[in-house]
Design a protein around this ligand. Structure first.
Ligand SMILES: Nc1ncnc2c1ncn2[C@@H]1O[C@H](COP(=O)(O)OP(=O)(O)O)[C@@H](O)[C@H]1O
Ligand SMILES: [Mg+2]
Length: 269
């Protein structure tokens, strides 16, 4: 990969809250077109790193560049706005505005541009809802009347409203049952190829991790101890990785005893 393929570039990043050091010497790139998954124990700094890429938090040291520009600047900085308009976020809770209809939730980022007429916004919202398989008759419903799976889809439609090049997914399948998770994963794969998306994801869900990740970055001991393919990560010796992948391999083998893909990757002992 050449440098121009780095959508996100994190250099020598350090994060501390008072005496508490969360990240040290973090260097990580997100390449154009890939799905990069962040894993790590609770409190290892996954959410913080995601927020730093979104420009919502500033590291104590080092830099975070998105599309070649600093992720964090003055809020009215045109560069920030430019980055924001090129990225979308699906927050863990789905985070729809409960007082707005499905339609108005998805329309919100489009209306904030102040450049599109209502008829154009209407068509764009309907196209996005169609992309996430939400039928038009649901457009004027309130979020409280929707199922968990539908809320995730509408939140995804809103994250995609501005046709982002970069999408952040925080626990995208948390709270969904296995069947809904699987169809949400399929949806993300379809959209990714249709929209040329680059995706940064945090997930604890094994099936989501395996189905979506091109690379996995592991946060432990304040560092990214490895960023690589599933098989590369599995071969890396570190207590966190051993215990993490051992426990999920066990779960995976129980679920799919005859077709464990884990057998193709050498596991740490
Ligand atoms: N604003 C903050 N002030 C103080 N400590 C924080 C703040 N944000 C996060 N932390 C601490 O930083 C560590 C990493 O948090 P977080 O990024 O949420 O971890 P993860 O998402 O991996 O569970 C935790 O110990 C958390 O308590
Ligand atoms: Mg978190």
């Amino acid at each position: 990969m050449t440098k121009t393929d780095d959508i996100v570039e994190i250099k020598d990043l350090q994060t501390r809250f008072g005496d508490h050091v969360v990240h040290q010497d973090i260097n990580l790139s997100v390449y154009r077109g890939e799905i990069l998954t962040l894993i790590g124990g609770s409190g290892s700094g996954k959410t913080t790193l995601l927020r730093q890429m979104l420009g919502l938090e500033k590291p104590s040291h080092g830099s975070v560049r998105v599309f070649g520009k600093p992720a964090r600047g003055a809020s009215l900085n045109p560069q920030r706005k430019h980055i924001r308009n090129r990225s979308g976020v699906l927050f863990q809770q789905g985070a729809l505005f409960s007082a707005l209809t499905v339609f108005d939730n998805v329309a919100l980022p489009l209306r904030e541009l102040h450049t599109l007429s209502e008829p154009v916004i209407h068509d764009l919202v309907m196209i996005k809802l169609d992309m996430v398989a939400i039928a038009p008759e649901h457009a004027y419903k309130m979020p409280a009347t929707l199922s968990g799976g539908m809320i995730k889809r509408v939140a995804l439609a809103r994250a995609l409203a501005l046709d982002p090049e970069l999408l952040f997914l925080d626990e995208p399948t948390a709270g969904l049952d296995p069947e809904l998770s699987e169809s949400f994963v399929d949806l993300i794969l379809t959209l990714r190829s249709e929209m040329d998306l680059t995706i940064v994801m945090v997930t604890h869900d094994l099936d989501t991790l395996v189905a979506l990740s091109d690379r996995i970055a592991v946060l432990a001991d304040q560092h990214v101890i490895i960023a690589g393919t599933l098989s590369e990560v599995c071969q890396h010796h570190h207590p966190f990785i051993s215990s993490y992948f051992k426990s999920i391999r066990h779960k995976f083998d129980q679920r799919n005893p005859s077709e464990s893909t884990w057998k193709t990757a050498p596991m740490p002992s």
